[in-house]
Design a protein around this ligand. Sequence first.
Ligand SMILES: Nc1nc2c(c(=O)[nH]1)N[C@@H](CN(C=O)c1ccc(C(=O)N[C@@H](CCC(=O)O)C(=O)O)cc1)CN2
Length: 285
Amino acid sequence: MSTPHFILTIRCQDAVGIVAAVASALAAADAFITESSHYGDEETGLFFMRTVFRPTGAHFQSRDDFLTALAPVRQRFGMDLNLHRRDRRMKVLIAVSKPGHCLNHLLHQWQSGELPIDVVGVLSNHRDHQRLTEWYGIPFHFLPMGADKPEQEAALFAVFEQTGAELLVLARYMQVLSDDLCQKLAGRAINIHHSFLPSFKGAKPYHQAHARGVKVVGATAHYVTKDLDEGPIIEQETERVAHNQSAQTLARIGKDIESVVLTRAVRWHAEHRVMLNGLRTVVFY
Ligand SMILES: Nc1nc2c(c(=O)[nH]1)N[C@@H](CN(C=O)c1ccc(C(=O)N[C@@H](CCC(=O)O)C(=O)O)cc1)CN2
């Protein structure tokens, strides 16, 4: 059986000696570092680090062993420190409305082993994608938007909790989540917006873009906050468009970009490569 690798992520106030202290603690625990990235943001004064390592010694093998070895450094610098087995797959719940292209792409990538996740369910306020979801052998949860939005959202959060989900992916889910639900899911919900933010927030961004006469369209994956389309950006991509292309054609071009951008963002989040830095993110590619 191959030796498990661990992913260590750290966020704390920046200071002299953090990298040396972490590397020394890992060396003292016979940890072999295979990958390491760090960044200090001079504006926010925050330090970020992602290190991948594997055990080589007899005394330090388990996650708890290494958490114990890192405890003094964690305390010295007041770190927000997390340690994950690299072979553990994140549990993901996907929400979708009528546009199904992002869901389809995610499910194909997952089934093809291209994403380090387990899809624990798909939920929707429409039944359009129930057959596709069940074809993949995934539970489908129909949560229609009745008159009582808090009730629908309570049912949504109940599915999130009951499935053991660790991430909610809004794969063109066209309902605005309430402040209360956003707080409960802070840092655990990713949305795909079908424009190159901050341009063209809200509904019908391709019509807005066409009317503005843009030469480039794009898509943005971001963490979900109460402020619509304002959450910390994880990934963006663009493609050139031309004067003779309609809003419908822009939307068709955009579908492929949205699918790729959302899948990248989910992969990077599941690989613990994305860290929140206020209203921004740090992404260790
Ligand atoms: N709290 C948040 N919730 C959601 C966000 C977000 O950023 N914060 N993003 C949306 C997705 N989205 C754009 O990317 C978006 C979805 C829906 C709407 C909208 O105006 N919806 C209408 C209803 C539309 C319908 O029923 O078809 C509404 O909610 O009144 C704008 C942008 C997902 N949720």
